[in-house]
Design a protein around this ligand. Structure first.
Ligand SMILES: [Cu+2]
Length: 183
């Protein structure tokens, strides 16, 4: 399910305020699916609602996390790479052709699960400060960007054999690489 209008409003707020949210690349975890044709991917954060909503507007964070906005801002450097609690699980995945990725936003903020040609920057420039060299060019994405509000999910299906790269275009350090193999 997608709730574009609400997400779109949140993104506008982010852009206007120069918002910063965050996360960090955690150690890569690889999961190989069994015969399941449906595999879950989770997008997470631990936004603390009072501080996030004060900085970015009501409704930006609807979760019950304990990481404040300022704590996240402090992690937006290439050496830290964003806040570690803002992450995808798993970060790498191997599935068979025909598998549907069921992507659940378990965080308190909007995220996206967007297929990109190559990993790069996101759409909120201040957040790209967490990337190498304080930012990479905006990633070029493929098809539906799959924005997902907190508590909602989206399905990604029809992936061809090969390597597919997905990232959050809001928090560009949230990434999952999916290797799709023929059965
Ligand atoms: Cu995100």
């Amino acid at each position: 399910m997608q709730h574009q209008p609400r997400t779109a409003r949140a993104l506008v707020r982010l852009g206007l305020t120069g918002a910063l949210l965050a996360g960090t690349l955690t150690a890569a975890t690889t999961v190989t699916s069994a015969d399941s044709r449906r595999v879950e991917v989770r997008m997470r954060d631990e936004c603390e609602p009072a501080s996030f909503n004060a900085a970015l507007g009501d409704g930006t964070c609807v979760g019950d996390g304990d990481v404040t906005f300022d704590e996240v801002l402090a992690t937006l450097t290439p050496s830290i790479g964003g806040h570690e609690k803002w992450r995808n699980k798993p970060t790498s995945l191997k599935v068979k052709v025909g598998t549907t990725l069921h992507v659940v936003n378990q965080g308190g903020e909007a995220h996206s699960f967007t297929e990109v040609v190559a990993f790069g920057g996101g759409i909120v420039p201040p957040l790209n400060e967490a990337l190498p060299n304080h930012g990479l060019p905006l990633a070029e994405w493929i098809g539906d960007p799959h924005f997902v509000d907190a508590g909602h999910s989206t399905d990604v299906s029809g992936l061809s054999a090969g390597v597919h790269r997905f990232m959050c275009v809001i928090h560009p350090w949230m990434k999952t690489t999916v290797s799709v193999v023929r059965s």
